[in-house]
Write a protein that binds this ligand. Structure first.
Ligand code: ASP
Length: 331
């Protein structure tokens, strides 16, 4: 009888614990960690996404964006890898997730092992831009100017392994402009853009989500786009040449963003977040904002966790030889 009573008490306790398990997300906010500075391209995606996911979760979920910048996005990624896996700390990161293993001798996390993959978000082309004071007004003149001023110019980027760094590295390798420029790292391309607009740095390769407004306003000069095909659907950028058209054989760089949770996040929470992400990516406001800045929001298949993980794994293998080939231009 005593034994029965003990069992009954244990069952009641278990039931009570289960009944009390707070529903996700509850009132606790969901933090979207952006591993770059506020106001930049990844921050912009995350802020638009936060709003779309809030709506997708019925408007009650409370999202906050947290900028944890530094070391090309690896500090923010490490923070999320070590966060409590309860769905309340997520990471919005880009191609740097796949570039970091090739660029850092020691990473404080394992990309394919320490995260749950929630799905891809978007793809973003890049633009080669220069400070407004540059004498060049087209890509050819710009490249000639770089060569003529070898060793005197600088190129801004958002830290080792950032998209702008990767792009600058590939571009310098492609034009064989070794030692033409000094690289200047920033905590994101938002502060780098301020320096460019102010004329303190000479050039940068940055995502259209950050450059569109500046190009339109004439605060920076644009010279080329990094995609294999011209951006024919983009009102502003359709007339800029691709780097391939400018003779850089095979140059093709598009940035992508994805959403991650720390490894060990409960499957039910992951499913809920993945469902919300899928709904958010179909939100017409989100699509409109992203497309207005030259980004393309991905569709269903790529929002599957397995497809996302397979893509990042393939990107790690694809970027490694590119970085190795361009690596002699790194500093
Ligand atoms: N995504 C970075 C940022 O938001 C820029 C970069 O990677 O180049 O600042």
């Amino acid at each position: 009888m005593k034994r029965l009573l003990v069992l009954a008490a244990a069952a009641t306790a278990m039931f009570a614990a289960h009944a009390q398990a707070p529903a996700f997300p509850g009132s606790k906010p969901i933090s979207l960690v952006v591993p770059f500075a506020a106001g930049g391209p990844t921050d912009r995606v995350a802020r638009d996404l936060a709003e779309a996911m809030r709506k997708a979760m019925g408007g009650s979920a409370n999202f906050v964006v947290e900028n944890v910048n530094g070391a090309g996005g690896t500090i923010g990624a490490a923070k999320v890898a070590r966060a409590t896996p309860d769905g309340h700390t997520l990471l919005v990161h880009h191609i740097g997730m796949a570039a970091a293993p090739a660029l850092y001798r020691k990473l404080p996390y394992k990309v394919l092992e320490d995260f749950e993959f929630l799905g891809m978000i978007n793809e973003v082309p890049m633009t080669i831009i220069g400070k407004p004071q540059l004498p060049a007004n087209n890509y050819r003149d710009f490249e000639n100017y770089i060569r003529a001023n070898s060793g005197k110019l600088n190129i801004a980027h958002a830290g080792l392994g950032s998209a702008s760094h990767l792009c600058g590295l590939m571009w310098q390798a492609a034009i064989n402009a070794k030692e033409a420029m000094t690289t200047i790292p920033f905590g994101g391309t938002a502060p780098a853009m301020n320096a460019l607009v102010g004329g303190q740095v000479d050039m940068m390769c940055d995502q259209t989500t950050n450059t569109t407004g500046q190009i339109e306003a004439g605060r920076v000069k644009a010279f080329a786009v990094t995609t294999a095909k011209p951006l024919s659907n983009n009102k502003l950028l359709k007339d800029y040449p691709t780097l391939q058209e400018m003779g850089l054989k095979g140059f093709d760089l598009t940035i992508w963003h994805g959403l991650y949770a720390p490894r060990g996040t409960p499957p039910a929470v992951l499913t809920q977040l993945n469902n919300a992400l899928k709904i958010a990516l179909k939100d017409p406001d989100f699509i409109k904002k992203q497309e207005g800045l030259g980004a393309i929001v991905v569709t269903d298949k790529r929002v599957e966790p397995a497809a996302h993980k397979a893509f990042v794994s393939a990107e790690i293998n694809k970027i490694k030889p590119v970085v190795e080939a361009a690596g002699k231009f790194a500093d």
